[in-house]
Ligand binder design. Sequence first.
Ligand code: A2P
Length: 289
Amino acid sequence: MEYALLNNNLKMPMAGFGVFQVTDKEECKQSVLAAIRAGYRLIDTAAVYGNEDAVGEAVREAIDQGLCTRKELFITSKLWVQDMASYETAKAGIDASLEKSGLEYFDLYLLHQAMRDYFSAWRALEDAYDADKLKAIGVSNFYSHVLANFCETVRIRPMVNQVELHPYFAQPEALETMKFYNVQPEAWAPLGGGRHKPYENEMLQGIADAHKKTTAQVVLRWNVQRGVTVIPKSTNQERIEENFAIWDFSLTENEMAQISSLDLGYVGDAVKHFNPEFVRGCLRVKIHD
Ligand code: A2P
């Protein structure tokens, strides 16, 4: 396994396991356990995914079974927009996430979207970070101009920015901004989120064959090698294992460039974030009373 060193010197695994849309509690718990058994140590959830409790249960069971210690794990969750109305609601939202998961702390906690009063919400994250409830804090879906303004303004700079990153939506300029501010990039939908299917690309098959790997492994390795943490999601045991077996090969510079050339620049689902309807939809999603 490889690690990223965050701007607060915390080590973060370069690959983790995502549980977006794994809404069935038992399925979520079992897939997190399968992931931990396969070697994953980073688990990525969010308040709005509705499965922080199942992730917490899986963590406790993994520790009970002696699969790992809490210290070896890197658990991420995110504050939903509903709780980003003010400093107070954000503070309560962080505590609700901790309570739901039953964890004493999160290794990383993110603002899920740059919506509502995200500067006040950030101050709540900063204070929880100072109080050691959150070992690292960051943001998600912060586009370059928002991220730059944010980094120039806040007391504690975000350690991570989680955005959509895969070969068809490679976002090289966004990565430049993150590098400039020393913000670790993390990829949601690193395999295209089940819609863009970059792993079905024919050119990738040749690269995969040359390394005796699958195209999905090549897609994940490409992001890791350009410094991006990946959190592939799968509920299938074989694919969970496949997506973590990416440490025993390296892509050549030429292969990296070939994969980067697949970028279409506009197909990402993140593009919908610029749509007012999407923003309105997010504001309407309530995760608790
Ligand atoms: P499944 O859960 O049946 O494995 P992302 O991580 O980019 O959001 O993509 C998740 C989607 O990709 C899911 O539909 C998942 O389906 C599928 N997937 C996950 N791993 C692989 C893989 N190794 N090969 C092909 N599809 C995969």
